[in-house]
Write a protein that binds this ligand. Structure first.
Ligand SMILES: O=C(CO)[C@H](O)[C@H](O)COP(=O)(O)O
Ligand SMILES: [Fe+2]
Length: 221
């Protein structure tokens, strides 16, 4: 099966007091999945929400595909509760993890797909030995921790390397991605696109989501 273009809004900069409504609006406007940023205040210097909130969101939004971007020091700890909360794709950073193979196995056993994420300072070579275990690789295009930062175009060689070596891999980019930077990401080979501020704050979310998806599609073989 060939890879597809997917746009997943990050709700990090949305009104979290109205998370279900904000999420439903994004889905109604064409989002392919929701990217839920989980931060523990240790792996990154910020704190968001955990599995209780994801579970409440799942109770209100039954059908959508949920990815949790786990910016946490111990991703193994949250596998069972996130699975119970209805998460579909559990994306974790390899940097703090000693046994990446074990964590990927536990995620699969819990019934979720596996995403492997790398920070800007992590070489793509560090993830090479694990790629075959993953459903998706996330190349961060900002330092994880906060929404609304500037896109790091110098991460694109990592995306290019992954696309050249794994033509069928789902490759995600996250951080500062929007209408101005989508071409760069799509050209490098990314096909899962996280976009927070640019989509959530857009006057016409449907237009922005549709335009970005079209750019990604135009580069897919
Ligand atoms: O993981 C993240 C930050 O660590 C967010 O997903 C990301 O920053 C999205 O927001 P924006 O598009 O505003 O940069
Ligand atoms: Fe994220």
């Amino acid at each position: 099966m060939s890879i597809q273009a997917k746009i997943g809004p990050s709700i990090l900069n949305a009104d979290l007091a109205n998370l279900a409504e904000e999420s439903q609006k994004l889905l109604d406007n064409g989002a392919d999945y929701l990217h839920l940023d989980v931060m523990d205040g240790t792996f990154v210097p910020n704190l968001t929400f955990g599995h209780p909130m994801v579970k409440c969101l799942r109770n209100k939004i039954k059908e959508a595909f949920f990815e949790t971007h786990m910016m946490v020091q111990n991703p193994e700890q949250w596998i069972a509760p996130m699975s119970d909360a209805g998460v579909n794709l559990y994306t974790f950073h390899i940097e703090p993890v000693e046994d990446v193979c074990k964590v990927t196995r536990l995620i699969q056993e819990a019934g979720m797909k596996v995403g492997l994420a790398i920070k800007p300072g992590t070489s793509v070579k560090d993830i090479e030995k694990y790629v075959e275990l993953a459903d998706l690789v996330l190349v961060m295009t900002v330092e994880p921790g906060f929404g609304g930062q500037s896109f790091m175009a110098d991460m694109m060689p990592k995306v290019e390397w992954l696309r050249n070596n794994y033509p069928n891999l789902d490759i995600e980019v996250d951080g500062g991605v929007g209408p101005k930077t989508i071409d760069c990401c799509a050209k490098a080979g990314a096909n899962w696109i996280v976009s927070g501020t640019a989509v959530v704050g857009a006057a016409d979310q449907r237009q922005v989501i549709g335009d970005m998806r079209n750019v990604v599609k135009s580069y897919l073989k």
